[in-house]
Write a protein that binds this ligand. Structure first.
Ligand code: NAI
Ligand code: 15L
Length: 279
């Protein structure tokens, strides 16, 4: 079989691939694009992600339910794990979906012999670094809330499952993956859907990734992230936020003292505090 520079097969494909969070924004984008990479694409979400297309299996599953997650992962060869709470919310909402949820995913992966996971982490694990500072994937984490903390937990948990059980994971610290950047911060953090897809496919099929953390951003003019770790995936983003600059910069800038304009995590850094239950 002919191989690309990073040793990814030319037509990468597995038998049964699981996509969690399939009913979400990125799940809807990736679902049709991943179909070409699996004989069977198993799509799952809290809400029923049906109807299943040809070559798909649709399964409603709460990631916090260990028994259900075990059944979800039985028979799967690889997992793209997008499911969970995707914004800053009270800890009580984050805990079952993101913390218990990712534990269930990795325990079930161990039980059923799954050896490759692509985990949708987030730039919010480093959200409290100031904008303009260039960070590589090894900097100490500075999460900007409970959501970012849960993604940090997921990165560490996946590291443990590699060291202890050899399950290989690529953690994608996704910047802002939307049809287009919405503000000045996203001019730096934007990841186009095409670049996201390329990154996910490379993360699934590049051999011997071990445990790898990479940033997910397009080839934007400005960057805060040294993404040299992505070289082993052969990832070279093709899109740029530049074509949106005029429309984004037509918006009024944030006030100089707004923390959303100071920190990499943007407005997430000023979410909360939330009510402390039972007080
Ligand atoms: P989304 O919120 O649209 O999708 C998340 C999906 O997870 C939803 O369909 C939701 O129903 C499902 N979900 C929530 N709790 C669940 C539970 N307990 N059990 C099963 N499913 C559950 O988020 P989006 O934008 O599609 O993001 C996908 C992933 O990528 C998320 O993990 C998010 O944290 C991560 N990410 C996304 C970024 C972006 O720019 N869109 C940036 C950084 C990370
Ligand atoms: C994320 O982690 C969120 O899931 C997404 O909704 C965006 O807010 C993104 O980060 C971002 O930082 O722009």
């Amino acid at each position: 079989m002919s191989r690309a520079v990073n040793n990814m097969p030319a037509s990468p494909r597995c038998h049964r691939l699981l996509l969690t969070g399939a009913a979400g924004n990125l799940g809807k984008v990736l679902r049709p694009r991943l179909r070409a990479h699996a004989d069977i694409l198993r799509v799952s979400d809290l809400v029923d992600p049906a109807p299943a297309e040809q070559g798909e299996e649709a399964v409603a599953c709460n990631l916090a339910d260990a028994a259900a997650v075990s059944e979800l992962i039985r028979g799967v060869d690889a997992i793209v794990h997008l499911g969970g709470v995707s914004v800053e919310r009270p800890f009580e909402e984050i805990l079952p979906a993101n913390v218990q949820g990712i534990y269930n995913v990795y325990e079930a992966a161990r039980l059923h012999g799954v050896n490759r996971v692509v985990f949708a982490s987030s730039n919010h694990v480093i959200g409290f670094y100031e904008q303009g500072h260039t960070l590589d994937a090894n900097v100490p984490l500075r999460p900007d809330g409970y959501y970012g903390l849960s993604k940090a937990y997921g990165e560490h948990l996946s590291r443990f499952y590699f060291d202890r059980y050899g399950i290989q994971t690529v953690c994608l610290r996704i910047g802002s993956s939307f049809p287009e950047p919405k503000d000045r911060r996203m001019m730096v953090t934007w990841l186009s859907y095409d670049d996201l897809t390329d990154l996910v496919v490379r993360s699934l099929f590049t051999p011997d990734v071990g445990h790898l953390i990479v940033y997910g951003a397009s080839a934007n003019r400005d960057t805060w992230w040294d993404n040299s770790g992505a070289a082993m995936l052969g990832f070279a983003p093709k899109d740029s936020s530049e074509r949106f600059r005029a429309q984004v910069e037509a918006q009024p800038p944030l006030p100089a003292d707004d923390p959303a304009g100071r920190y990499q995590g943007g407005a997430f850094v000023k979410a909360g505090p939330f009510p402390f239950p039972n007080t």
